[in-house]
Design a protein around this ligand. Structure first.
Ligand code: SF4
Length: 357
Protein backbone atom coordinates (compact mmCIF):
# COMPACT_ATOMS: atom_id res chain seq x y z
CA UNK A 1 0.00 0.00 0.00
CA UNK A 2 1.24 3.50 -0.84
CA UNK A 3 2.42 5.83 1.89
CA UNK A 4 2.02 9.21 0.27
CA UNK A 5 -1.58 10.28 -0.07
CA UNK A 6 -2.55 10.67 -3.75
CA UNK A 7 -5.31 13.03 -4.79
CA UNK A 8 -7.41 10.76 -7.01
CA UNK A 9 -9.22 13.81 -8.37
CA UNK A 10 -5.96 14.92 -9.96
CA UNK A 11 -5.70 11.73 -12.05
CA UNK A 12 -7.00 11.12 -15.57
CA UNK A 13 -8.98 7.90 -16.17
CA UNK A 14 -5.77 6.32 -17.53
CA UNK A 15 -3.75 7.65 -14.60
CA UNK A 16 -6.28 6.15 -12.20
CA UNK A 17 -5.99 2.77 -13.92
CA UNK A 18 -2.22 2.85 -13.55
CA UNK A 19 -2.53 3.85 -9.92
CA UNK A 20 -4.97 1.02 -9.21
CA UNK A 21 -2.67 -1.50 -10.91
CA UNK A 22 0.21 -0.31 -8.73
CA UNK A 23 -1.96 -1.08 -5.71
CA UNK A 24 -2.18 -4.65 -6.95
CA UNK A 25 -5.87 -4.33 -7.85
CA UNK A 26 -7.41 -5.25 -11.21
CA UNK A 27 -7.74 -2.43 -13.74
CA UNK A 28 -11.54 -2.46 -13.73
CA UNK A 29 -11.54 -1.21 -10.14
CA UNK A 30 -10.53 2.15 -11.61
CA UNK A 31 -13.83 2.29 -13.50
CA UNK A 32 -15.74 1.62 -10.30
CA UNK A 33 -13.87 4.37 -8.47
CA UNK A 34 -14.34 6.77 -11.39
CA UNK A 35 -18.07 6.20 -11.28
CA UNK A 36 -18.22 6.89 -7.55
CA UNK A 37 -16.23 10.09 -7.97
CA UNK A 38 -18.03 11.65 -10.92
CA UNK A 39 -21.24 9.93 -12.04
CA UNK A 40 -24.69 10.92 -10.85
CA UNK A 41 -24.88 10.55 -7.07
CA UNK A 42 -21.11 10.93 -6.74
CA UNK A 43 -19.80 10.42 -3.21
CA UNK A 44 -17.06 12.19 -1.34
CA UNK A 45 -15.72 9.42 0.88
CA UNK A 46 -14.14 6.04 0.13
CA UNK A 47 -16.36 4.55 2.80
CA UNK A 48 -19.38 5.25 0.62
CA UNK A 49 -18.00 3.33 -2.37
CA UNK A 50 -20.15 0.38 -1.51
CA UNK A 51 -19.23 -2.08 -4.26
CA UNK A 52 -15.54 -2.00 -3.31
CA UNK A 53 -14.35 -4.61 -0.79
CA UNK A 54 -14.01 -3.21 2.73
CA UNK A 55 -10.29 -3.95 2.72
CA UNK A 56 -9.82 -1.82 -0.41
CA UNK A 57 -11.97 1.01 0.98
CA UNK A 58 -9.84 1.06 4.12
CA UNK A 59 -6.67 0.95 2.04
CA UNK A 60 -7.85 3.85 -0.11
CA UNK A 61 -8.68 5.90 2.95
CA UNK A 62 -5.06 5.51 4.08
CA UNK A 63 -3.28 6.02 0.78
CA UNK A 64 -5.49 8.41 -1.18
CA UNK A 65 -7.68 11.45 -0.87
CA UNK A 66 -10.23 13.29 -3.00
CA UNK A 67 -9.68 17.04 -2.99
CA UNK A 68 -13.01 18.77 -3.41
CA UNK A 69 -14.20 22.25 -4.21
CA UNK A 70 -16.25 23.83 -1.46
CA UNK A 71 -19.24 25.84 -2.59
CA UNK A 72 -18.91 29.23 -0.91
CA UNK A 73 -21.89 31.04 -2.36
CA UNK A 74 -24.58 30.66 -4.97
CA UNK A 75 -26.14 33.61 -6.79
CA UNK A 76 -29.21 33.61 -9.03
CA UNK A 77 -29.79 36.39 -11.53
CA UNK A 78 -33.15 37.72 -12.62
CA UNK A 79 -32.74 35.82 -15.90
CA UNK A 80 -32.18 32.59 -13.85
CA UNK A 81 -28.47 32.40 -14.62
CA UNK A 82 -26.80 30.73 -11.64
CA UNK A 83 -23.28 31.52 -10.54
CA UNK A 84 -21.34 29.49 -7.98
CA UNK A 85 -18.29 30.70 -6.15
CA UNK A 86 -16.17 27.69 -5.20
CA UNK A 87 -13.18 27.46 -2.92
CA UNK A 88 -10.07 25.40 -3.67
CA UNK A 89 -8.02 23.72 -0.92
CA UNK A 90 -5.60 26.68 -1.21
CA UNK A 91 -8.40 28.98 -0.04
CA UNK A 92 -8.64 30.72 -3.43
CA UNK A 93 -11.93 30.96 -5.28
CA UNK A 94 -13.09 30.12 -8.77
CA UNK A 95 -16.46 30.60 -10.34
CA UNK A 96 -18.77 28.54 -12.53
CA UNK A 97 -21.94 29.61 -14.24
CA UNK A 98 -25.07 27.72 -15.29
CA UNK A 99 -26.81 29.52 -18.13
CA UNK A 100 -30.35 28.48 -19.10
CA UNK A 101 -31.60 29.19 -22.62
CA UNK A 102 -35.38 29.18 -22.77
CA UNK A 103 -37.54 28.35 -25.78
CA UNK A 104 -40.65 30.32 -26.80
CA UNK A 105 -42.72 28.42 -24.24
CA UNK A 106 -40.36 29.29 -21.40
CA UNK A 107 -38.90 25.78 -21.18
CA UNK A 108 -35.15 25.43 -20.64
CA UNK A 109 -34.13 24.22 -24.09
CA UNK A 110 -30.43 24.30 -23.29
CA UNK A 111 -28.44 24.46 -20.07
CA UNK A 112 -24.84 25.48 -20.53
CA UNK A 113 -22.21 25.21 -17.82
CA UNK A 114 -19.28 27.60 -18.07
CA UNK A 115 -16.25 26.32 -16.15
CA UNK A 116 -12.97 27.78 -14.94
CA UNK A 117 -9.66 26.04 -15.56
CA UNK A 118 -7.33 28.33 -13.58
CA UNK A 119 -7.51 30.79 -10.71
CA UNK A 120 -6.79 34.09 -12.41
CA UNK A 121 -5.11 34.22 -15.79
CA UNK A 122 -1.69 35.17 -17.10
CA UNK A 123 -2.90 36.39 -20.48
CA UNK A 124 -3.79 39.90 -19.33
CA UNK A 125 -6.52 40.82 -21.82
CA UNK A 126 -7.29 44.41 -20.95
CA UNK A 127 -11.10 44.13 -21.03
CA UNK A 128 -11.27 41.09 -18.73
CA UNK A 129 -11.85 40.99 -14.97
CA UNK A 130 -9.92 37.71 -14.61
CA UNK A 131 -6.99 39.12 -16.56
CA UNK A 132 -6.70 41.87 -13.95
CA UNK A 133 -6.06 39.28 -11.22
CA UNK A 134 -2.93 37.82 -12.83
CA UNK A 135 -2.28 34.07 -12.63
CA UNK A 136 -2.55 32.28 -9.27
CA UNK A 137 -3.12 28.57 -9.66
CA UNK A 138 -3.98 25.74 -12.06
CA UNK A 139 -7.02 23.60 -11.29
CA UNK A 140 -6.71 19.82 -11.29
CA UNK A 141 -8.87 17.81 -13.69
CA UNK A 142 -11.12 16.82 -10.79
CA UNK A 143 -11.59 20.42 -9.73
CA UNK A 144 -12.64 21.31 -13.27
CA UNK A 145 -15.05 18.36 -13.46
CA UNK A 146 -16.46 19.01 -9.97
CA UNK A 147 -17.78 22.36 -11.18
CA UNK A 148 -19.82 20.49 -13.78
CA UNK A 149 -20.94 17.77 -11.36
CA UNK A 150 -22.18 20.47 -9.00
CA UNK A 151 -23.98 22.44 -11.71
CA UNK A 152 -25.59 19.21 -12.91
CA UNK A 153 -27.15 18.85 -9.51
CA UNK A 154 -28.39 22.44 -9.62
CA UNK A 155 -29.75 21.88 -13.15
CA UNK A 156 -31.94 18.99 -11.92
CA UNK A 157 -33.06 20.92 -8.84
CA UNK A 158 -33.96 24.13 -10.67
CA UNK A 159 -34.89 23.02 -14.19
CA UNK A 160 -35.65 19.33 -13.80
CA UNK A 161 -33.26 18.32 -16.57
CA UNK A 162 -29.60 17.59 -17.23
CA UNK A 163 -27.10 20.11 -18.54
CA UNK A 164 -26.72 20.10 -22.31
CA UNK A 165 -23.42 21.88 -22.96
CA UNK A 166 -20.10 22.61 -21.30
CA UNK A 167 -17.89 25.54 -22.26
CA UNK A 168 -14.39 26.22 -20.94
CA UNK A 169 -14.93 29.96 -20.90
CA UNK A 170 -14.67 30.78 -17.22
CA UNK A 171 -11.56 31.96 -15.46
CA UNK A 172 -8.21 31.09 -17.01
CA UNK A 173 -6.69 29.97 -20.29
CA UNK A 174 -7.41 26.22 -20.57
CA UNK A 175 -4.57 25.58 -23.03
CA UNK A 176 -2.10 26.80 -20.41
CA UNK A 177 -3.34 24.04 -18.10
CA UNK A 178 -3.19 21.50 -20.90
CA UNK A 179 -2.66 18.24 -19.04
CA UNK A 180 -5.54 18.89 -16.64
CA UNK A 181 -7.68 20.06 -19.56
CA UNK A 182 -7.17 16.78 -21.45
CA UNK A 183 -7.74 14.73 -18.30
CA UNK A 184 -10.95 16.65 -17.54
CA UNK A 185 -12.19 16.07 -21.10
CA UNK A 186 -11.46 12.36 -20.70
CA UNK A 187 -13.49 12.27 -17.46
CA UNK A 188 -16.37 14.31 -18.89
CA UNK A 189 -16.72 11.99 -21.88
CA UNK A 190 -15.97 8.72 -20.05
CA UNK A 191 -19.10 6.51 -20.01
CA UNK A 192 -18.50 5.47 -16.39
CA UNK A 193 -17.93 9.06 -15.24
CA UNK A 194 -19.91 11.97 -16.71
CA UNK A 195 -20.83 10.38 -20.05
CA UNK A 196 -21.17 13.67 -21.97
CA UNK A 197 -20.86 13.82 -25.73
CA UNK A 198 -17.65 15.60 -26.81
CA UNK A 199 -19.74 17.43 -29.43
CA UNK A 200 -21.41 19.29 -26.61
CA UNK A 201 -18.14 20.49 -25.14
CA UNK A 202 -16.33 23.63 -26.29
CA UNK A 203 -12.82 24.64 -25.30
CA UNK A 204 -12.32 28.37 -25.62
CA UNK A 205 -8.83 29.78 -25.98
CA UNK A 206 -7.18 33.11 -26.45
CA UNK A 207 -5.40 31.40 -29.34
CA UNK A 208 -2.17 29.60 -28.47
CA UNK A 209 -1.08 28.33 -31.86
CA UNK A 210 1.02 25.34 -30.83
CA UNK A 211 -1.55 24.03 -28.38
CA UNK A 212 -4.36 24.43 -30.92
CA UNK A 213 -2.50 21.96 -33.13
CA UNK A 214 -2.02 19.63 -30.14
CA UNK A 215 -5.71 19.83 -29.28
CA UNK A 216 -6.68 18.95 -32.85
CA UNK A 217 -4.70 15.72 -32.42
CA UNK A 218 -5.49 14.96 -28.77
CA UNK A 219 -9.20 15.86 -28.60
CA UNK A 220 -10.50 16.14 -32.18
CA UNK A 221 -14.17 15.63 -31.27
CA UNK A 222 -14.34 18.62 -28.94
CA UNK A 223 -15.36 22.03 -30.32
CA UNK A 224 -12.88 24.87 -30.41
CA UNK A 225 -13.64 28.55 -29.88
CA UNK A 226 -11.01 31.23 -30.31
CA UNK A 227 -11.32 34.63 -28.64
CA UNK A 228 -10.52 36.90 -31.55
CA UNK A 229 -12.08 40.22 -30.48
CA UNK A 230 -10.27 42.24 -33.17
CA UNK A 231 -9.66 41.51 -36.85
CA UNK A 232 -6.16 42.98 -37.25
CA UNK A 233 -2.91 42.23 -35.43
CA UNK A 234 -2.41 45.83 -34.29
CA UNK A 235 -5.90 46.26 -32.86
CA UNK A 236 -5.77 42.83 -31.28
CA UNK A 237 -2.34 43.47 -29.79
CA UNK A 238 -3.62 46.65 -28.18
CA UNK A 239 -6.15 44.70 -26.08
CA UNK A 240 -4.67 41.18 -26.00
CA UNK A 241 -0.98 40.81 -25.13
CA UNK A 242 -1.01 37.32 -26.73
CA UNK A 243 -1.07 39.04 -30.12
CA UNK A 244 2.18 40.90 -29.40
CA UNK A 245 4.22 37.70 -29.63
CA UNK A 246 5.24 36.31 -33.02
CA UNK A 247 4.63 32.73 -31.83
CA UNK A 248 1.08 33.43 -30.72
CA UNK A 249 0.00 36.42 -32.83
CA UNK A 250 -2.52 36.24 -35.67
CA UNK A 251 0.16 35.30 -38.18
CA UNK A 252 0.93 32.08 -36.29
CA UNK A 253 -2.67 31.58 -35.20
CA UNK A 254 -4.24 31.45 -38.67
CA UNK A 255 -2.33 28.37 -39.96
CA UNK A 256 -2.84 26.66 -36.58
CA UNK A 257 -6.59 27.21 -36.86
CA UNK A 258 -6.57 25.91 -40.43
CA UNK A 259 -4.73 22.83 -39.17
CA UNK A 260 -7.48 22.37 -36.58
CA UNK A 261 -10.36 22.62 -39.04
CA UNK A 262 -8.56 20.36 -41.55
CA UNK A 263 -7.77 17.74 -38.90
CA UNK A 264 -11.12 17.73 -37.12
CA UNK A 265 -13.31 18.48 -40.15
CA UNK A 266 -15.28 21.00 -38.14
CA UNK A 267 -15.38 24.80 -38.13
CA UNK A 268 -13.99 26.98 -35.37
CA UNK A 269 -16.07 29.60 -33.60
CA UNK A 270 -14.65 33.08 -33.20
CA UNK A 271 -15.69 34.81 -30.01
CA UNK A 272 -15.91 38.49 -30.83
CA UNK A 273 -16.83 40.96 -28.11
CA UNK A 274 -18.14 44.18 -29.59
CA UNK A 275 -16.60 47.28 -27.99
CA UNK A 276 -18.11 50.62 -28.89
CA UNK A 277 -15.93 52.59 -31.31
CA UNK A 278 -13.07 50.10 -31.17
CA UNK A 279 -13.87 46.97 -33.20
CA UNK A 280 -17.50 47.45 -34.26
CA UNK A 281 -17.15 49.29 -37.60
CA UNK A 282 -18.25 47.83 -40.92
CA UNK A 283 -14.61 47.85 -42.02
CA UNK A 284 -13.84 45.62 -39.01
CA UNK A 285 -16.72 43.35 -40.04
CA UNK A 286 -15.31 43.09 -43.58
CA UNK A 287 -11.83 42.14 -42.35
CA UNK A 288 -13.35 39.66 -39.91
CA UNK A 289 -15.32 38.04 -42.76
CA UNK A 290 -12.08 37.53 -44.70
CA UNK A 291 -10.46 35.71 -41.77
CA UNK A 292 -13.58 33.58 -41.34
CA UNK A 293 -13.37 32.39 -44.93
CA UNK A 294 -9.64 31.75 -44.75
CA UNK A 295 -9.93 29.43 -41.72
CA UNK A 296 -13.55 28.15 -42.00
CA UNK A 297 -14.90 29.86 -38.92
CA UNK A 298 -18.25 31.12 -37.74
CA UNK A 299 -18.70 34.08 -35.43
CA UNK A 300 -20.29 34.46 -32.05
CA UNK A 301 -20.79 38.15 -31.35
CA UNK A 302 -20.82 38.99 -27.66
CA UNK A 303 -22.52 41.95 -26.08
CA UNK A 304 -19.95 43.00 -23.49
CA UNK A 305 -20.76 42.94 -19.78
CA UNK A 306 -19.17 46.22 -18.66
CA UNK A 307 -16.26 45.56 -16.29
CA UNK A 308 -15.46 48.33 -13.80
CA UNK A 309 -11.95 49.70 -14.21
CA UNK A 310 -11.75 49.06 -17.96
CA UNK A 311 -12.09 51.66 -20.70
CA UNK A 312 -14.50 49.58 -22.76
CA UNK A 313 -18.19 49.95 -23.29
CA UNK A 314 -20.64 47.69 -25.01
CA UNK A 315 -21.74 48.63 -28.52
CA UNK A 316 -25.27 49.80 -29.35
CA UNK A 317 -28.02 47.46 -30.57
CA UNK A 318 -28.11 49.33 -33.92
CA UNK A 319 -24.38 48.84 -34.45
CA UNK A 320 -24.70 45.19 -33.52
CA UNK A 321 -27.43 44.71 -36.15
CA UNK A 322 -25.38 46.41 -38.86
CA UNK A 323 -22.23 44.48 -37.97
CA UNK A 324 -24.14 41.24 -38.04
CA UNK A 325 -25.85 42.01 -41.35
CA UNK A 326 -22.49 42.89 -42.89
CA UNK A 327 -21.06 39.51 -41.89
CA UNK A 328 -24.15 37.59 -43.01
CA UNK A 329 -24.07 39.32 -46.40
CA UNK A 330 -20.53 38.02 -46.82
CA UNK A 331 -21.66 34.45 -46.17
CA UNK A 332 -20.47 34.19 -42.55
CA UNK A 333 -22.61 32.29 -40.04
CA UNK A 334 -23.22 34.61 -37.09
CA UNK A 335 -24.84 34.17 -33.70
CA UNK A 336 -25.20 36.67 -30.89
CA UNK A 337 -24.58 36.03 -27.22
CA UNK A 338 -26.27 38.54 -25.04
CA UNK A 339 -24.92 39.24 -21.60
CA UNK A 340 -26.43 36.99 -19.00
CA UNK A 341 -26.62 37.45 -15.29
CA UNK A 342 -25.41 41.06 -15.40
CA UNK A 343 -26.98 41.68 -11.97
CA UNK A 344 -24.75 38.98 -10.40
CA UNK A 345 -21.44 40.16 -11.88
CA UNK A 346 -21.49 37.37 -14.47
CA UNK A 347 -18.59 38.62 -16.60
CA UNK A 348 -15.84 36.05 -16.19
CA UNK A 349 -13.77 36.66 -13.08
CA UNK A 350 -15.77 39.55 -11.67
CA UNK A 351 -17.11 37.69 -8.69
CA UNK A 352 -13.97 35.79 -7.74
CA UNK A 353 -11.97 38.95 -8.24
CA UNK A 354 -14.21 40.74 -5.74
CA UNK A 355 -13.88 37.89 -3.26
CA UNK A 356 -10.10 37.23 -3.37
CA UNK A 357 -8.33 38.72 -0.43
S1 SF4 B 1 -10.22 36.87 -21.67
FE1 SF4 B 1 -9.64 34.76 -21.16
S2 SF4 B 1 -7.47 34.66 -21.76
FE2 SF4 B 1 -7.95 36.85 -21.65
S3 SF4 B 1 -7.37 37.43 -19.54
FE3 SF4 B 1 -9.56 36.87 -19.51
S4 SF4 B 1 -9.58 34.71 -18.89
FE4 SF4 B 1 -7.49 35.19 -19.58
Amino acid sequence: MKHISTDLKALSPTGLEEWVLELGEPKWRARQILRWMYAKNAVDSFESMLNLPVSLRNGLAKSARMERLKVQALFTARDQTVKALMQLPSGRNVESVLIPHFDDHGNPARLTVCVSSQVGCAMGCTFCATGKMGFHENLTCGQIVDQITYMRKIAYERFDRDISNVVYMGMGEPLLNYKALLASLAILTHPEACGLSPRRITVSTVGLARRIRDLANDAPSVNLAVSLHAPTESKRASIMPVSRNALTGLKALKPAMRYHTDTTGRPITFEYCLFRGFNDSLEDAGTLAQICHSVRAKVNLIMYNNVPGTEFERTSEEQLDEFMAHLSKRGVTVTVRRSRGADIAAACGQLANQSQT
